[in-house]
Design a binder for this molecule. Structure first.
Ligand code: ADP
Ligand code: MG
Length: 250
């Protein structure tokens, strides 16, 4: 489903992704963990071409793109293969929940309005938000907004959903409802790459965990074995720090 080869990206003198190789199978859920600044967001953004990679090859579904030579049509095609869910939801503030979902369908996909509304309502139903269809984002909680953002990402039928720390801006009591929706999608065999700090969730939902540090994939493997039995010293230290934080809070 996804094959990334030797993907590299630098910002000025800062090499942020160093020849990343990554394969994700259809229906697989991959969690990416790692310290702040390790390149996790940049990796996701490069897959969607929100950031322009310097070199490497990205294949998603049937579309392959050589990052050094591509045209506008290839760029559009690759973008259509994935949809992103951001930490801060990024909903249109002047559109209702339903309009946030129908907009990319009507404008991007030229779907007729009635059909887009039907699909929008069905998607809101799936994320438990159909009763809020006509409300504006500002009147909704963070968890509710994020569920709408997930519905919007699903609307365009992407081959893969990319989540960049989807729960880290939420109040603790709102985290669960978003993770619940993501768990449901995982059960429906939707291919997902999730950058997250929710280790318990990652362990339970992800098929595989990738630990990134300093722009490289340091370690990857089955979720349970990476979290319970990390081999690399950097992974061990990262996971230990997370647990130490919890001890400290208690
Ligand atoms: P993570 O998501 O793992 O915290 P990021 O991918 O956001 O890491 O960032 C990796 C590195 O790239 C950081 O050093 C960050 O400062 C740098 N970086 C990210 N985006 C930009 C940008 N638009 N311009 C310059 N540097 C950036
Ligand atoms: Mg990030």
């Amino acid at each position: 489903m996804i094959k990334v080869s030797e993907l590299s990206k630098r910002f000025a003198n800062n090499p942020v992704l160093k020849a990343i190789n990554l394969n994700v199978k259809q229906g697989e859920v991959v969690a990416i963990i790692g310290p702040s600044g390790s390149g996790k967001s940049t990796l996701l953004r490069c897959l969607n071409l929100l950031e322009k990679p310097d070199s490497g090859i990205i294949q998603i579904g049937e579309v392959t793109l050589d990052c050094q030579h591509y045209n506008h049509r290839q760029e559009t095609e690759l973008r259509k293969q994935s949809a992103m869910v951001f930490q801060h939801y990024n909903l249109f503030k002047n559109k209702t929940a339903l309009e946030n979902i129908t907009y990319p369908l009507i404008v991007g996909q030229k779907m007729d309005k009635k059909q887009a509304m039907q699909r929008g309502l069905w998607l809101l139903e799936r994320v438990g938000m159909v009763d809020y269809a006509n409300q504006y984002p500002i009147t909704l909680s963070g968890g509710q907004q994020q569920r709408i953002a997930i519905a919007r990402a699903l609307a365009v039928r992407p081959k893969v959903l990319l989540f960049d720390e989807p729960t880290s801006a939420l109040d603790p009591e709102r985290v669960h409802e978003v993770l619940q929706v993501m768990l449901q999608l995982a059960k429906e065999n939707i291919t997902m790459i999730i950058v997250t700090h929710e280790m318990e969730f990652a362990k339970y939902v992800a098929d595989r965990i990738i630990f990134m540090a300093n722009g490289i994939i340091v370690e990857e493997g089955l979720a349970k074995s990476i979290i319970d039995n990390p081999q690399n010293a950097l992974t061990q230290r990262f996971l230990r720090q997370l647990t130490d934080d919890i001890d400290f809070q208690i």
